[in-house]
Design a protein around this ligand. Structure first.
Ligand SMILES: Nc1nc2c(ncn2[C@@H]2O[C@H](COP(=O)(O)OP(=O)(O)OP(=O)(O)O)[C@@H](O)[C@H]2O)c(=O)[nH]1
Length: 300
């Protein structure tokens, strides 16, 4: 059997810090989490209150979580970011960057000084969090151009459609396609075709506002979504983009075969049942631009 002294040693050896916190946010005890590569020493916090140590909104969040764990009596798992700079009383020694924690919060069956308690185990998950962010970026990104991919576009368009239906925010969708890429591929090689697509992305990017989305829709087709944009402004944007692309892609022309773009534009209307209806209209306009001889803009 493990005796009390050994049990204390076990608690101190816990790899992740385990806090005993009262309902009012008092640090009643701290065990474990002694490796300074992962954690700051929390023993200096004992006897202090969360609300004295962190900013009010963060303190409120912690107190809410403690309350939830106490009421539910179930294990509560929460992810949060915290730096030692956010918490008064923590030493400098320890990780420099803010840490992402997974907090596992469990109500305890005894009280101290008449207050209910939780056990809050805080695991450093920064590495996992970084990988998750990177994976999300990868799953949203087109590998060749670095623009968003179709999956991400469709997700965002659904949100913009919802914003349009709720708040009537004018939203434009442009779809454009490189003219004559097949011929450029055939005569100059596929790698030159790749450079054309990359040049399209690099020309497009500086034209975008923070809220705009540009994506490689597939092959040599690109879609740009412009929230807060009336049709006349969308047309101006399209004309500027076409001009800039004509300039940027001029080096890739082969004889009289020009790498230009054809573009179809449509705004979401109240008749549209989903963003797909808008996209379909923009695609119809693109088809018309091709039919009219390429290097054209058509609005639907
Ligand atoms: N280099 C390169 N070519 C691609 C890529 N994806 C698609 N393509 C080529 O792009 C071409 C797209 O087909 P189309 O749009 O019919 O060809 P196009 O010559 O641009 O024809 P128009 O649009 O009518 O001017 C096909 O030849 C594809 O092989 C890519 O990632 N890299």
């Amino acid at each position: 059997m493990i005796d009390l002294q050994q049990m204390t040693a076990v608690l101190e050896a816990l790899p992740d810090p385990a806090f005993i916190l009262s309902r009012s946010g008092k640090y009643v005890a701290v065990f474990g989490g002694r490796d300074a590569r992962y954690y700051h020493d929390g023993t200096g916090l004992i006897g202090m209150y969360i609300s004295d140590l962190v900013k009010p909104d963060k303190a409120e969040w912690f107190l809410e979580r403690i309350g939830l764990a106490l009421e539910s009596r179930k294990l509560l798992v929460e992810e949060y970011e915290l730096s030692n700079k956010d918490v008064k009383g923590l030493p400098d020694e320890g990780p420099e960057d803010p840490i992402w924690f997974e907090g596992r919060i469990q109500a305890l069956d005894f009280k101290v000084d008449g207050e209910s308690l939780v056990l809050w185990v805080a695991s450093n998950i920064s590495e996992r969090h970084e990988i998750e962010i990177r994976l999300r970026e990868l799953s949203d990104t087109d590998q060749l151009t670095g623009l968003f991919n179709r999956r991400k576009l469709e997700h965002d368009l659904a949100l913009h459609f919802e914003t349009f239906t709720r708040h009537a925010v004018p939203t434009a969708i442009l779809i454009f396609d490189v003219d004559n890429l097949k011929k450029i591929n055939d005569s100059e090689g596929h790698h030159v075709g790749d450079e054309v697509l990359l040049a399209v992305a690099n020309t497009c990017r500086p034209e975008l506002r923070k809220t705009d989305i540009a994506c490689r829709f597939g092959g040599d087709e690109f879609v740009v979504c412009l929230p807060n944009t009336e049709p006349d402004r969308a047309l101006k944007f399209a004309e500027r983009l076409q001009r800039n692309l004509r300039q940027a892609l001029s080096d890739f022309s082969v004889g009289d075969i020009a790498a230009t773009i054809s573009l179809g534009a449509a705004n979401i209307t109240s008749e549209d049942r989903s963003y797909e209806d808008t996209l379909k209209r923009a695609d119809g306009a693109l088809y018309e631009a091709k039919r009219l001889g390429k290097d054209k803009i058509v609005t639907a």
